[in-house]
Design a protein around this ligand. Structure first.
Ligand SMILES: Cc1cc2nc3c(=O)[nH]c(=O)nc-3n(C[C@H](O)[C@H](O)[C@H](O)COP(=O)(O)OP(=O)(O)OC[C@H]3O[C@@H](n4cnc5c(N)ncnc54)[C@H](O)[C@@H]3O)c2cc1C
Length: 596
């Protein structure tokens, strides 16, 4: 069976049937579009992903970049794929017409990206990073920088990177030590960055690094970090000229091999020029725009890789004959396909619930981003913004963590063959692991959610979230979804809300350690509830479609089965996690490093 990467019916059902993405067409910003232009964009990406990118999966995995005479050379296959990807306009798809974009909703461009990421996450790294870097310049750059860099970046002639990490400053960006010395209209940059994805390659004419550095004399810590545009080649009198940006090493990764990750040395010759983007010392708050977008993209990668792995194992399970059912062990009977075994269906259903629940959350979050920027009233924009902020750490970490488990299940369904390099699941498994590490590890997402997001604006985000859940419950009740499912979500939401207030109070009373000690458990229980909310929405939309006489009966029954799975087997884990946080079970806190 050919792997579809994603189920087209599910993408359309989630976007339109569940989340009502067509309502965006009523907003002035999207009035030039129609359902047809949305669908056309998604289907062009899907076709390219299926026909050109996915077939190159194994070859791209086996042909990593090479460092030759100080330059990184990528696989020749990328030289064929990259121009076609540029032509599709994926880099500026969601940017406004006036900067050369297609002014599509982020929800639509994200849906299209899912296919490309599922086909090869590393390839999508190039346009993804370029889009984020260009958006930073569009938002915070000077007019001169915009005039020089935006167009070539949107066209993909120049690519972009985010250059944050240093050997001693990964999770802790407060410790960034790259220096910036004022020198007229620019700064002289010196320092070293590690793990910079797309940091060098021979695909584009130029590379634009968005670099975090500290202006001489700046305060220590996060408030002394500024953002700079540092091109590999700078504009000189006679065109592009070297800017003293060197590659001092190539990282040998276990996945995402087509996208080079490099160690950059900036200013070894004393002549690396950087241009300030945004105000001095405001680098982190500017960079948060790119980081938040990138976190949603990482969530998308988590969904995409889990999806391609799920479809691979679904196809395998339908075709692999093995054993007989417990009810008929007669060896004269032919073997059954393994999908007939309940335990294999358990693994498939768990994957389906993670993949489709994760995609639903992802597209929901992208819709909040669209409404936060373009909704008709200030009140609606603010409502969407607080939900976007609240859900970003979950949208990043749930597909990364549960998507990894899901990818492991895909390998498990392949039995011994899954443990070989002849079959694809081992690649998906390696690709997926990155998503819980880059763009802030899961540990950092848990701290962000509990330490910042749920307590922000005096709990306004949690109130907005409660309203969304109440609206979903009303819709589910009207659609005829089982009352016990609705009650289960309502009950979990109340427990999460009560716990959040208690933990916030613990923090306010000075016991910050007691508040945050279970941030990983809190992230888990919060995410489980968020996905239950999405599954209740999916169930409501499935019931609505059934009532309106849809012919997709099997598809809709599958939706209800996955909703039941999440609400009845995953959601009941929430109270146990709530107790752990509430009682502040202190094994992690009291365990001393010397006791290990
Ligand atoms: C393939 C790849 C591509 C990357 N691409 C880029 C890129 O393009 N640009 C870029 O700037 N960076 C990039 N990175 C770097 C990435 O963002 C960092 O690796 C990540 O932020 C973690 O930093 P670290 O590796 O230094 O780990 P550390 O920060 O040392 O973390 C190690 C462990 O300690 C935990 N930890 C650390 N601090 C805390 C804390 N305060 N509380 C609780 N737990 C904590 C972490 O959760 C983690 O489990 C990339 C990394 C990889 C592997």
């Amino acid at each position: 069976m050919t792997n579809p990467l994603l189920d087209d019916r599910d993408v359309a059902f989630t976007l339109y049937g569940v989340l009502g993405a067509e309502s965006l067409l009523g907003l002035p910003h999207f009035e030039e579009h129609s359902r047809e232009t949305f669908d056309a964009f998604v289907s062009v990406a899907a076709r390219f992903a299926r026909e050109a990118v996915f077939p190159a999966t194994r070859a791209l995995d086996e042909d990593p970049p090479r460092l030759v005479d100080g330059r990184v050379l990528v696989s020749p296959r990328l030289h064929t794929l990259w121009p076609k990807l540029r032509e599709m306009g994926v880099i500026a798809a969601a940017r406004p017409f006036e900067v050369g974009g297609q002014q599509l909703p982020l929800a639509i461009s994200t849906a299209a990206s899912l296919y490309l990421m599922a086909a090869n996450p590393a390839l999508f790294g190039f346009p993804g990073l370029t889009a984020g870097a260009a958006h930073l310049i569009e938002e915070f750059g000077s007019e001169a920088l915009k005039a020089l860099y935006l167009e070539p970046m949107h066209e993909g002639r120049f690519t972009g990177t985010m250059a944050l990490t240093e050997p001693h400053a990964g999770s802790s960006l407060a410790d960034v030590s790259t220096r910036a010395r004022p020198a007229g209209d620019h700064y002289l940059i010196s320092g070293s960055k590690i793990f910079i994805s797309g940091g060098d390659q021979d695909l584009s004419e130029n590379i634009v690094h968005m670099v975090l550095a500290r202006i001489e004399g700046a305060p220590s810590g996060i408030r002394g970090v500024s953002l700079f545009l540092v091109p590999r080649l700078r504009f000189g009198v006679s065109g592009l000229e070297p800017n003293d940006v060197g590659v001092s090493g190539l990282i040998h990764k276990i996945g995402w091999k087509a996208l080079p990750s490099v160690v950059l040395s900036l200013g070894e010759g004393g002549d690396c020029r950087g241009w300030l983007v945004g105000a001095p010392h405001q680098g982190i708050s500017c960079m948060f725009q790119m980081m938040n977008e990138a976190r949603i993209m990482v969530g998308a990668n988590g969904v995409a890789t889990a999806s391609v792995a799920y479809h691979e194992s679904l196809g395998y399970a339908r075709e692999r004959p093995q054993g007989r059912l417990a009810t008929s062990k007669d060896p004269q009977l032919p073997q059954v396909p393994i999908i007939e075994h309940a335990d294999v269906r358990r693994m498939l259903l768990r994957q389906k619930a993670i993949v489709e629940g994760g995609m639903s959350l992802l597209l929901q979050t992208a819709l909040y981003a669209d409404r936060a920027s373009h909704a008709a009233t200030e009140g609606e924009r603010q409502h969407a913004q607080v939900l976007l902020d609240l859900l970003t750490p979950v949208t990043k970490s749930f597909p990364a963590e549960k998507g990894f488990e899901s990818t492991v299940l895909a390998l498990q369904i392949h039995g011994g063959y899954g443990y070989t390099s002849e079959y694809l699941p081992e690649i998906f498994f390696r690709e997926q692991k990155l998503n819980s590490i880059h763009e802030g590890t899961t540990g950092i997402q848990g701290l962000d959610l509990l330490g910042r997001k749920v307590v922000a604006h005096n709990g306004a985000a949690m109130r907005a979230f409660a309203e969304e859940i109440a609206r979903t419950c009303e819709r589910a009740a009207a659609a005829g979804v089982a009352a016990s499912w609705i009650g289960a979500l309502t009950g979990a939401a109340v427990e999460v809300s009560e716990l959040t207030k208690e933990l916030a109070q613990r923090g306010r009373s000075g016991d910050v350690e007691g508040m945050l000690c279970h941030s990983a458990d809190y992230l888990e229980l919060f995410s489980t509830t968020v996905i239950a909310w999405q599954w209740l929405l999916q169930a409501a939309a499935a019931r609505e479609a059934m009532a309106s006489g849809s012919s997709e009966r099997d598809f809709l029954e599958g939706k209800l089965a996955a909703a039941q799975y999440w609400l009845r087997t995953e959601l009941p884990r929430v109270p146990a996690l709530v107790t752990l946080c509430r009682e502040n079970e202190d094994s992690y806190l009291t365990m001393r490093p010397s006791w290990f």
